[in-house]
Design a protein around this ligand. Sequence first.
Ligand SMILES: [Mg+2]
Length: 323
Amino acid sequence: MTRLTERALGAVLGSAVGDALGAPFEFGPEGAFSARFPCPGYGAEMCGGGGWDPGEATDDTQMAILTAESLVECGGLNLPDVFHRFQRWAAAGPKDIGLQTEAVLTSGDPWDTAAALHFRFNQRAAGNGALMRAAPSAVHFARHGRETTMTAARRLSALTHGDPAAWEGTAALHELIRVALTGADPLTAVPDTLSALDPTHRQRYAVVLSPGWHPDQATEFNGAVWPCLGSAVWALRTTGSYEEAVRAAIDLGGDTDTVAAVTGALAGAVYGLGAIPARWTEPLHVPLPGFAGRVLRARDLARLTERLLGPDEPATAPSAPRP
Ligand SMILES: [Mg+2]
């Protein structure tokens, strides 16, 4: 397996694992995860609760997988196809769905105007719902470089989020994951990433991505795009492993599944699949409401990730020497 494949699998599976691990703690208080699981490596952290089975991934990963399957099956970015997959899923009654996402997907408006119309009438559409599904598209577009990756990110986020602030945050996350996939440090890429953002939104991201920022300084609930991205980068910056980063993210409380999904995508890309504990990937499963009762397991996510990388990156070529 190449290092790129290792990191890509880390991003996609790392995000899904963070989501499933954080879901039972959603809207809970700070420190709830480490109060229950004080010793890293204890083993029972994939505990379920709050309506979720142990290892069950939520809407975050479900929407990520729908995006991934569209990219693979369409051979690239097909925005109406992604939107229609989201609509089909939303209509099937998933256990959870973001308020803003649900309003847009069930509005009956066309794919290219639904989110914009929702934003025009509500004026609040900067939730973290496009950040949480970023890992597959970041992996898919990484080989095309920064500009293509960030443009694709903005367009994918605009399917459900009409606020350009959400597009810019999603573009920033894609770029940080892309940098990590190359083996470079995404934290040192923050200034360049900020410079690639729309100037209107740059300053607000500069605040939450600065080395001195702490999630306690957030001016919004972490269901909003700015503190969610800032918290994920903070978790990566202040810890030394995938496991520690995800634990720190869930311990922030609030929108724990999404903050951990975003943190897991970044930390997974940095540390690679090998850093994600097998006791967390084994129970992982992703139901896909609206898609014939399919439930994806970790090995299915791995196969999908290999296809996202394209034909140049065979992860399990039988003749490839093992490291
Ligand atoms: Mg969720």
